[in-house]
Design a protein around this ligand. Structure first.
Ligand code: SF4
Length: 252
């Protein structure tokens, strides 16, 4: 029998209100008009083109309110990591002396990135060299354990690519940052365990990512669609891709 008296439960109603507010807030934001350097290591160059062109995600594939909350929790945890490192004696800067985040803009503003922080001092017992790039990520337990087991370069190549290209592009503003290993930080969102890894600069990786960015931008501006990274729409990267239908169903 149909229950005509059914009303959403209080947790459903409040969650819906919050998510609607977050989605409305996101719609007010100006979309970025550059290729984000943090994304250059993703598997598929065609997906990078969609991003660069601000192509709307397939219906039902845009960020949900829950995903926006996941992003905000990540930012809040990053603020905690900053506090913890500073309390432990790290000289960690997250803002320039003139205000605003550290970052870079190259290729006439077409490629940009914002760095989590720059370390300029730490307890001597660690033997670190400065300045050093600081990059912080938050992960669920499974992803965090894989990072700990394999190291960031193998477990999270997109993050490794991000650090390499950030070190390369920040060198002119912060001389020496590409000579010294970056400090990668990963917070386990389930257990609050923390992982730190010193990641030496990988110049070859930075160059490959820079070449890739140039290729994506040049092809996009020439109206040329880059190939898919796989031959099957059931590839796991495609299952998560916001443009799966467009890519395989419409664009051919
Ligand atoms: S659906 Fe797959 S091949 Fe197409 S853009 Fe996305 S990741 Fe690339």
């Amino acid at each position: 029998m149909l229950d005509f008296n059914h009303r959403p439960k209080i947790h459903e109603q409040i969650s819906e209100l919050i998510d609607a507010a977050l989605l409305a807030e996101r719609q007010q934001q100006t979309p970025r008009n550059y290729l984000g350097a943090s994304r250059l290591g993703v598997a598929c160059e065609r997906a990078l083109q969609y991003e660069y062109l601000h192509i709307a995600p397939d219906p039902g594939r845009d960020f949900s309110g829950r995903v926006l909350r996941v992003f905000e929790v990540g930012h809040a945890l990053e603020d905690l990591a900053i506090r913890w490192l500073r309390r432990a004696g790290f000289e960690l800067y997250t803002q320039k002396a003139t205000g605003g985040q550290f970052g870079f803009s190259v290729a006439g503003g077409r490629i940009q990135g914002h760095v989590d922080g720059v370390i300029n001092g730490a307890p001597a017992s660690l033997g670190m060299n400065f300045p050093a790039l600081w990059e912080c990520k938050t992960m669920n337990d499974k992803s965090w354990r894989d990072t700990v087991k394999q190291g960031v370069a193998k477990s999270k190549p997109v993050y490794a690519a991000q650090m390499a290209i950030y070190q390369a592009y920040m060198e002119s503003a912060i001389p020496g940052i590409s000579r010294n290993p970056a400090l990668f930080t990963a917070i386990n969102k389930d257990s609050q365990e923390i992982w730190f890894e010193l990641v030496p600069f990988d110049g070859g990786l930075a160059q490959r990512m820079s070449d890739r960015a140039v290729n994506v931008i040049a092809a996009t501006e020439a109206g040329e669609q880059l190939p898919r990274h796989t031959t099957t729409p059931t590839h796991f990267e495609c299952k998560w891709c916001a443009w799966q239908d467009r890519c395989w169903g419409v664009a051919g």
